[in-house]
Ligand binder design. Structure first.
Ligand code: PGA
Length: 249
């Protein structure tokens, strides 16, 4: 059975001192949690987090990766560099990157390839905006985001990808998708993958993200097609992330 995956996306938050406090709290419960916990700090703190989590069962991830291997890309970070810093996972195509940094599905596919070539597990973030949902376009947007990547990298490579469904209207807004709304989309994603590869549809992890917290997580995780969470704001609060990691599954 696949393990429930909880990914903490710290976004552009933290300081050496604040991280120390948070990590000390996380280490206290990490060995008793029944989920796999991954922390994605900002790049400058990868080493600090690695030093804390070494020997624990917490894993390290990054929030972004460049689509090129190396070279004149000022300010960017390659997949090989992340690997050297003990990252196992990397978020790709987060909606904030898609909208604020103009990342297209094509660039996202290249990032996934870079990540996989370096031995990292890419976490492909997909999701519709409120306007798209209200127009009835949520399904087509999500399937377009998925199919572009699958067509580009091929189904064989896609088998190692983790999917995170994050409706944009739920990110950082406190307005989470209801368990039924989230399940409906997760089911649709899994059925789409079933059409391509029935075994993969069972094995692939589909995480939910968007205002997940210690209160709503319990009902969300009961949904058949939700395999874990991508958590932003609540991952900065030790008590909240502890409750989420200790959910009864
Ligand atoms: P949130 O962020 O939990 O603060 O909504 C989730 C995300 O953006 O990954």
């Amino acid at each position: 059975m696949k393990q429930t995956l909880i990914i903490a996306n710290w976004k552009m938050n933290g300081s050496i001192l604040a991280n120390s406090k948070l990590l000390t709290g996380m280490l206290k419960f990490s060995n008793t949690a029944n989920t796999e916990l991954v922390i994605c700090p900002p790049f400058p703190y990868l080493h600090q987090v690695k030093e804390y989590i070494v020997g624990s069962n917490i894993k390290l991830g990054a929030q972004n990766v460049n689509e090129n291997n190396s070279g004149s890309y000022t300010g960017e970070v390659s997949a090989d560099m992340l690997k050297e810093f003990y990252c196992r996972y990397v978020l790709v195509g987060h909606s904030e990157r898609r909208s604020l940094f103009q990342e297209s599905n094509g660039i996202i596919a290249k990032k996934i390839t870079q990540a996989m070539d370096a031995g990292l597990t890419p976490v492909l973030c997909i999701g519709e905006s409120l306007a798209q949902r209200e127009k009835g376009d949520a399904q087509s947007v999500i399937l377009e985001q998925l199919s572009c990547v699958i067509n580009d990298i091929g189904l064989k490579k896609f088998k190692s990808v983790v999917i995170a469904y994050e409706p944009i209207w739920a990110i950082g807004t406190g307005q989470t998708a209801s368990p039924e709304q989230a399940q409906k989309v997760h089911r649709m994603i899994r059925q789409y993958i079933y059409g391509l590869d029935p075994i993969l549809s069972k094995n692939i992890s589909i995480l939910y993200g968007g205002s997940v917290n210690e209160i709503n997580a319990a009902e969300l995780i009961k949904q058949k097609d939700i395999d874990g969470f991508l958590v932003g704001g609540a991952s900065l609060k030790p008590d909240s992330i502890e409750t989420i990691c200790k959910l009864k599954i």
